[in-house]
Ligand binder design. Structure first.
Ligand code: KG4
Ligand code: ZN
Length: 341
């Protein structure tokens, strides 16, 4: 089975083809980051319009790279949510139009499920059950995963998501958008002993996160050292250490609570090398395997959508036609694949 995947939930147009036997055949991405940078963040209407411009040429490009035609496709998977409504509608419209024209199914995929399963695209994929830390621009979730669509959310962010916190801290430091990679670069030269930021919600039981206090802490520290440009690297380091440490503490707790021996880490923030180094160390401490997507599949991409769609279709799911898009959609609402039979 060959599945075309289309991702347009935010500011990247991603298209890919996944083949059940041969794996990922082709993957292409157009990032709108340069366009949104001037505004310091994603402008939804500009995002939708640019997806309209990019998506069909990217479809042609991946089909050419894969060496197949549209008729060789068996299904089209698209991100149905969560995300920006206009941006989602572009992908959904194109996917459903293509599928209708070709007489094949179109399946709406949950964006966070696609992130969650992305490490399975790697050569030594993790096997169910596992614990998953999903850290993206819109969500921070700790999930106990026992199978496809069997997700128990153990903890989540009560306010800002991890990536959002990176983006806001970067703005306060006068760095560009997106903030995660900018903070990571600056933090590398920062002095870790200069400032110590709080590790939010780690002094009480539970697996939820909160990052809005860190933003306030960062703002106050930036203001107090406004006359010292060199302090920015130390602040970026303190912020980054606080976020990473918070995730390590919560993942340790969740591994102990669930007894899982595999930790899957995915979403845009999972590209962060400081986070990876700290979670790798946690894996050694807890005798757990830690799995990540390849760096290009941490942030939004079409490959994860084609892959998640393939897994559901291969498990017998025939249609996601009950909805077109769902801008707000909790991972906890997902169910295992349902076949029409
Ligand atoms: O998963 P993603 O591409 O989009 C959403 O589903 O939200 O995640 C984007 C987020 C942005 O907030 C970005 O700043 C963050 O991931 N990010 C990073 C890094 N690369 C991207 N955060 C920290 N370190 C990075 N290297
Ligand atoms: Zn994402």
């Amino acid at each position: 089975m060959r599945v075309l995947g289309i991702e347009t939930s935010c500011d990247e147009t991603g298209v890919a083809v996944f083949d059940g036997r041969r794996g990922l055949l082709a993957d292409a991405l157009f990032s709108q980051i340069d366009m949104h940078r001037a505004y310091g963040g994603v402008v939804p209407e500009l995002a939708s319009r640019d997806h309209v411009r990019r998506v069909l040429p990217l479809v042609d490009q991946v089909l050419a790279t894969a060496g197949i035609g549209r008729d060789d496709l068996d299904a089209v998977a698209y991100t149905a949510g969560p995300g920006l409504i206009g941006a989602l509608l572009v992908g959904a419209g194109v996917a459903q139009g293509l599928a209708f024209g070709l007489g094949i199914p179109a399946l709406g995929v949950h964006h966070m499920e696609a992130h969650l399963l992305a490490p399975m695209l790697e050569p030594a994929p993790p096997a169910f059950p596992f614990l998953a830390l999903l850290v993206s621009g819109g969500h921070s979730l700790l999930v106990d995963v026992t199978g496809l669509g069997r997700y128990e959310v153990l903890g989540e962010s009560l306010d800002d998501a991890a990536g959002e916190a990176f983006d806001k801290a970067a703005k306060l430091l006068g760095l560009g958008y997106p903030g995660g990679p900018a903070i990571e670069r600056l933090a590398a030269s920062g002095n870790p002993a200069r400032f110590r930021f709080p590790r939010p919600m780690t002094d009480r039981p539970g697996l939820d996160f909160s990052f809005s206090g860190l933003k306030t802490y960062t703002a106050t520290t930036v203001r107090a050292h406004a006359d010292e440009p060199a302090a920015a690297a130390d602040i970026a380091r303190a912020f980054s250490d606080a976020v990473v440490d918070t995730f390590v503490i919560k993942c340790r707790r969740a591994l102990k609570q669930t007894g899982r021996r595999t930790l899957v880490v995915a979403g845009g923030v999972s590209a962060n090398r400081m986070l990876r180094a700290a979670l790798d160390a946690l894996g050694r401490e807890c005798d757990a395997r830690v799995c990540y997507p390849a760096p290009q599949f941490c942030t939004d991409n079409g490959a994860m959508v084609a892959h998640a769609g393939y897994l559901r279709l291969a498990a017998g799911e025939t249609s996601g036609a009950a909805y077109a898009v769902r801008p707000r959609w909790s991972l906890a609402e997902l169910l295992p694949p349902v076949s029409a039979a």
